[in-house]
Each structure stands twice: as structure tokens, then as C-alpha cells.
Design a protein around this ligand. Structure first.
Ligand code: HSE
Length: 437
């Protein structure tokens, strides 16, 4: 097909940080190839940014007001790469209300304030695309929403924060300090503007919320997602886990079982034999289990300018192709369903059942191991493996893996263990999971 020079898709980029500038660079650098794939040119006509570090006035009209882009009748698609809730929500709302398509990389916006935007896009018959909001460069939204559409999704689990995975990998491989690795992740453009979003699991919870909504056909429910960060993990836990045959990963897990949905983000021990346990550095990976297909694995770079721009531009290519086809409305509903389910209930974290890694710091006195085992037995919790380390002269770490236990019971057992005279610090508890890949 020859490229029609007269026709183009006009794009306004709002927010010119890592992702916004990466998007322009990718559109420019691969323009011919992209035009061959769409049949029209994708042209960045506007860039709105609080402050431009480089002069791109020869390429696009530049300004500081994103609403000027949202209200410009010549703009077909608004790309929102500003991040945050305001003014992003209002800019996106305005653009959709004006009948423009929107491509956003803003997972917080979609996960926490997405429902009215999804409804507005549907009402206006325009596309609201967000591939880059989840797992950076991995086309996991397309896989889940379109590629696996025939399936009932039973569960999915993923390493969905590149910064966190980069930090855990550097701590494991090089014994580096948490804070030092975080500074490097920020310099590499991986971390959020507020990096506590990365380390406390909020960023991963945003992404999990979006995937769970598509997977189970439920409304976006960020508040229902249990979130625990990686800040309390120590290099010792990473080393003990390895000794037991596990890596510690910060996982997002969503399951639908007997009408109950659970969505949770927390550090997790995974057997080193599982593929997902061996995704390191800034890499992300998501395992999705569909009832017909079984388990499928998607992996790739989860953060960074070029990887994230790859997904933004893929969304733009979809919109350009639809324009060339003259489609009046988007082919695929924004969250993959035409109406959300309301028949499912949410499982609280106390009601999940899994295995646990426990590290108990106790005085090096005779009978302490028997006391700990006795408390676990009292609550019906079996022990699967134990390692007892050398004493530092005063205290001794007792590291063990439990059998499958309901978290509520485990909490009661841990309170009893912490109340023992010989136990000198709060117990470190990490959930253990296994996924058929
Ligand atoms: N801060 C995010 C991460 C960026 O580290 O994964 C990509 O969403």
C-alpha cells in the first residue's frame, strides 16, 4: 500500500518527560516503517509541557497548556504522559468529551479514576488506550483482552514494577544497599516521580487492578487490592530464600476462585525452577492462566523511555489503522467487556490460603525451637522445611517454611510466637506461591 501524504493522524503529546519524549523520538526514528504499517503518517503536531529541556519547536507547536491540545479541533489523538491525577484527569476527560482518542501511560489515572473515563470513551465512540500503563513494553493488555478473549481467566501473576525488580536483583546479585540502587533506577528513568509508589507496591497495584478488571470482567477496583512493599526485605531473607531454592520477587497476583476475587501485591518466594523467578533487572513478566489455553508467559522490559514508548506508539498505530479503515467506533471495548460483572465478591487477605516463609529471631537458649514449633502446632500449622543458623553469640535466626495455611490462622500463631519470652523481634513473614508455567 502506498502512503497517502495528504492524510495523517495528528497527535498532541501532553507531558514531555521520559515517556513523552521517548514517544516523539520513536515516531520520528521509525516513521517510514510505521507509515507502511498504517497507510498514513502519524504526525506529532503539538507538545504541551511544563518545561521543555530541548528545542522541538521545529517539529511541533509547543506550549505549556495541555487543555490547548485537548481543545484543538485539528488534533485527532491526545497522548497523556503527564502522570498524576490533576490535571491529567481533566485533560483526558476534556479530550474524550471533544471526541478525540486518548492514549495514556498513566496507570494511576486508569486504575483509580478510570471508570468515568472508560464510560465517556464508550459514549463518545472513541478509543481510550493504555497499553503502556501496564508492564512497559510488553503488550500484555492486548494479550489479555484480545489474544486470550476466548478464555475464562482463572488467575494471573506478574512482576510488574521494573524499579522494584531492579532493586531486588541488585541486592541479590551484588549485595548492594536498597537506597543506592533506587537512586540508579531513578537516573535510568525507571522510577515513578514519587518512588515510594514503586517500593511500596502502589505502582504494581495500579497495574494489577487494570489487569484484574480485564481478566475477570469486573469494574476497576484499586481499593480492593491488598498492597505490601519491599522496604522491609533484608539481604539475609534473599539469601535464606535462595538456600531453600527460592527467589524473592515483588508480585502482583489476581485470582478468581468459586466466585471470589483476590488481588494482592507483596513480596513472594517463588521456586527458582519457575521461569518467572528468573526474570531479573528491570524485566517484567506476567503469567496468565486461561481455562482453555493453560498458562502463558509474557516477559520483557517493564520500564524506560523506549520500551514504554513502544507501547504508546503501538496504540497510536491501532488508532491510525482504524482511521484508515474508516471505523466509526473502536472495535474492542476499553476493558474488553461491554458491561461489567457484579456477581463476584472480594476475598480479604486474612482469607487467602498459601505457604509462608518465616524468619524468627530468638535468644540462643535451649528449647526455643520446640517452643516455636509448639505454637505453630497449636494453630494446626505444619512445617515443611527449617534452617537454623549459627548464633551471633546472643540471638539465632530460625528460618522455616510452613504448609498451606489460612492467613488469619497464621496471624494468630505469629502473635503467639512473638509473645514468647525467647523471641526478641517481630517475625518476618513472606508468602510463598507456585505457578504452573
Ligand atoms: N516506575 C515504573 C516501573 C515505570 O518501575 O515499573 C513503568 O510503569
Amino acid at each position: 500500500m502506498t502512503v497517502k501524504e495528504s492524510k495523517s493522524l495528528k497527535v498532541g503529546i501532553c507531558g514531555y518527560g521520559t515517556v513523552g519524549s521517548g514517544t516523539l523520538a520513536l515516531l520520528q526514528g521509525n516513521a517510514k516503517d510505521i507509515a507502511r504499517k498504517t497507510g498514513i503518517k502519524i504526525e506529532v503536531s503539538h507538545v504541551a509541557s511544563r518545561s521543555l529541556q530541548v528545542d522541538i519547536s521545529g517539529v511541533a507547536t509547543c506550549g505549556t497548556d495541555p487543555f490547548a491540545v485537548a481543545n484543538d479541533p485539528n488534533v485527532d489523538v491526545l497522548v497523556e504522559t503527564m502522570g498524576g491525577f490533576e490535571p491529567a484527569f481533566e485533560v483526558v476527560r476534556q479530550a474524550l468529551a471533544n471526541g478525540k482518542h486518548v492514549v495514556t501511560a498513566n496507570k494511576a489515572l486508569i486504575a483509580e479514576r478510570g471508570m468515568p473515563l472508560v464510560e465517556l470513551a464508550q459514549e463518545k465512540g472513541v478509543t481510550l488506550a493504555y497499553e503502556s500503563a501496564v508492564a512497559g513494553g510488553i503488550p500484555v493488555i492486548k494479550a489479555l483482552r484480545e489474544g486470550l478473549a476466548a478464555n475464562r481467566i482463572d488467575w494471573l501473576a506478574g512482576i510488574i514494577n521494573g524499579t522494584g525488580n531492579f532493586i531486588l536483583t541488585e541486592m541479590m546479585d551484588k549485595g548492594r544497599e536498597f537506597a543506592d540502587v533506587l537512586i540508579e533506577a531513578q537516573a535510568l528513568g525507571y522510577a515513578e516521580a514519587d518512588p515510594t509508589f514503586d517500593v511500596e507496591g502502589i505502582d504494581a497495584a495500579h497495574k494489577l487492578t487494570i489487569m484484574a478488571s480485564i481478566a475477570f470482567g469486573t469494574p476497576l477496583a484499586f481499593d480492593a487490592t491488598y498492597t505490601e512493599g519491599i522496604g522491609a526485605l533484608t539481604p539475609e531473607d534473599i539469601a535464606y530464600a535462595k538456600e531453600l531454592g527460592y527467589h524473592i520477587k515483588h508480585l502482583g497476583i489476581a485470582r478468581l476462585e468459586n466466585g471470589w476475587v483476590q488481588t494482592r501485591v507483596h513480596p513472594t518466594l517463588i521456586s527458582t525452577k519457575q521461569l518467572i523467578a528468573n526474570v531479573h533487572g528491570v524485566g517484567n513478566a506476567v503469567v496468565i492462566h486461561g481455562h482453555a489455553v493453560g498458562s502463558t508467559l509474557y516477559s520483557g522490559p517493564g520500564a524506560g523511555a523506549e520500551a514504554t514508548a513502544s507501547s504508546v506508539v503501538a496504540d497510536l498505530i491501532d488508532i491510525a489503522r482504524a482511521k484508515v479503515q474508516g471505523l466509526a467506533k473502536p472495535l474492542v471495548p476499553t476493558l474488553g467487556y461491554t458491561a461489567p460483572r457484579d456477581d463476584l465478591r472480594t476475598l480479604t487477605i486474612e482469607d487467602i490460603t498459601t505457604e509462608y516463609y518465616l524468619r524468627i529471631t530468638a535468644q540462643d537458649v535451649v528449647g526455643v525451637m520446640a517452643d516455636v514449633a509448639g505454637e505453630l502446632e497449636r494453630f494446626g500449622i505444619g512445617i515443611d522445611a527449617v534452617i537454623q543458623k549459627e548464633s551471633d553469640g546472643k540471638n539465632v535466626p530460625i528460618v522455616l517454611l510452613t504448609d498451606k495455611t489460612r492467613e488469619g490462622e497464621l496471624n494468630e500463631a505469629l502473635a503467639a510466637i512473638e509473645a514468647l519470652d525467647s523471641v526478641v523481634a517481630p517475625v518476618m513473614r513472606i508468602r510463598v506461591e507456585s505457578f504452573g508455567e
